[in-house]
Design a binder for this molecule. Sequence first.
Ligand SMILES: C[S@@+](CC[C@H](N)C(=O)[O-])C[C@H]1O[C@@H](n2cnc3c(N)ncnc32)[C@H](O)[C@@H]1O
Length: 235
Amino acid sequence: MGTKQQWDSAVDIYNEGMGEEGDKLNNNLIHPTIRKILGNISNKTILDSGCGSGYFSAEIAKNAKSVIGTDFSGKFIELCQRKYKYIQNLKFQMLDVTEQMPFNTETFDIVISKMVLQYVKDILVFAQEAHRVLKSQGHLIIAIDHPFNTQFYFAQKLTGSNNPKYQTLSHYFDSSAQTKLSLWDKVELTWYPKKIEDYLSPFILNGFCLNSIKEIEEEKQNTLIPRILILDFLK
Ligand SMILES: C[S@@+](CC[C@H](N)C(=O)[O-])C[C@H]1O[C@@H](n2cnc3c(N)ncnc32)[C@H](O)[C@@H]1O
């Protein structure tokens, strides 16, 4: 099954699991940092790229000037359009992040990509397009699984205290596709491991400056592990 079909098949599970507020991982680890970077968004035009079930797009639309949520899954977009048709300043449309965006140059104040790019093999077009559609001084905010997460579990495995629930990658430099039971152990999803360099270089090469970086830890088995990486780029 291709990644698009995998995500199409996960729409109901994702929508139910996230609800209208997000799961624990999002609420405890991801949203507080993103909200802090966003600051006051009352006059901001925002693109939520890879919006999934749309709950976060809808939440930020409450305070933003306008929000567009995009996703390559037509099923997610149909769901979002149905759920949030009453919100005037929020629109959704189908879009693959590996393709050119149908938006004019310098349209958005902020582009958000929350927990998407680990599932995308090549993020170069996204880096180019995000830069093009952002206004000068615009922010690109990216949240992804921390690339070191799998290395922690691999190290644990080596010491004999393996937790079979977690994916281990024996080689930090191995970028081959991996498939793992995800979304609360309900759906097989393919992800493309990337090094920190792979997440930074395409954006810096395309003219972004790294404004801030946040490594968010999670406590597992009495140990703090690197769980989420948040990158805030400035055009
Ligand atoms: C983990 S979900 C995150 C959804 C949302 N950003 C959130 O935080 O709830 C990943 C999303 O990325 C989307 N996605 C994966 N690959 C994509 C691609 N190439 N283009 C656009 N969307 C993609 C999936 O359909 C899914 O909605």
